[in-house]
Design a protein around this ligand. Sequence first.
Ligand code: URA
Length: 455
Amino acid sequence: MNETIGVDDALEHIERLRHGETLTTEAASAVLDLYRTGRLADYQLTAWLATLAARGLRFPEIVALTRAYLGPARREGAATREGRTVVDKHSTGGVGDKTTLVVVPLVAALGVRVCKLSGRGLGIAGGTIDKLESVPGLKLEFTASELATRLAADDLVIGSLSGDLVPGDTATYGLRSVSGCVRSAPLIAASIVSKKVAVDAEAVVFDVRYGAGALLADRESARRLAGLLVRLGGEFGLRCRAVLSDGSVPLGTAVGNAVEIDEAISFLRGTGDRRLRAECEALAVQMVRVARPNEPEQRIRERLRAAIDSGSALSMLVRMLEAQGGDTGPMLGGDGYCRPRARTAVPAPRAGWITDISSLDIGRAALRLGAGKVRADDVIDPHAGILLSRHLGDFVAEGDVIAEVFHDGRDSGDAVALVSGAFSIGRHEDCRVPGEPEPVSEDDAHSHETGMIHV
Ligand code: URA
């Protein structure tokens, strides 16, 4: 297939893919170009994505798709950079996952340069960019040269996908989110790795989350995706590591956009939930190790804790928000960014121990409240969300407030019912014990899968 194809050729290509035709960079680029120039409709690109997701791709095809996502300007891979290693991280997404907001300033406080290109919500998982958009004035869209300037000035930048940086991911990301094409290992890998190549990262840590409510059902699928991400990153010259983390229970206490920014700020002030701390620390350790392989892990952990205790990680976040034009008044004044129009308290239906909290139900509730999108034209409410007042293992009396639902004052009954149902309250103390974050190094992760790769 050459680059001057028409819509009819693209449709035949979709049919041939179904019958085993190999996906090439040229064919994928041609489809994406047709879409970008308005000749292919949303539903036709969605059909292509659904075909790729259902059929699976072989590793060389995933490389081809990643190159196509990058567009002609960047297909050759990462440029070499002078000076310190630039590290990036990327999570496959989870409910309450605000690790980027914590980890990026934290490792920057240890002198690691971070250039982070983040995404929006995908399915029920919130997106860092949607969260950061609740900071008034914050600039998140950058060209490649603006990203480089910000990085040179401040050593850290978080940006969103602008159309030109990774044209293929920009075209497909939102459509995948609203068409059931999210949970596909090849599509996830091409989407994530193309962004890392586009910002010329040299080293990346992937946070691969599993469990109901995350993109991967279980730890073994997460391990396979971690292997694929590391291998694909390596193909583009990136040094990669991964951490597997359990996403079956919401991470931390806040789920939404502004409410998660506020939780990240509290964390950097030193008041963090234990699991959030363990996951952030695991990621931060890997980010520092990938930049400075010779630094002993224990020393890194001590320096990370000191960066929180001394306030230097928080100062890094303030510096980044100010440099990107964000209003830090709500943060410095202590009131925070989350100002919902209405709040509904969710009472415990009975006395007992909280034995489980379903990420899936909490994520679905957040979507119903408008914290994410179920249709492409939905508008996100930055203040919508959920605050978990009680967590796993807590004992509650009947009627105790277990969560607060933040909404716009209109009917939130469905979301409140979902939040209430997300809590399992039992007579015994035994509660779900989420798996500890598990680091996967480049050597452990190497997958040599030669067949078709599915989730
Ligand atoms: N994050 C991304 O950027 N893309 C995916 O497909 C999944 C998570």
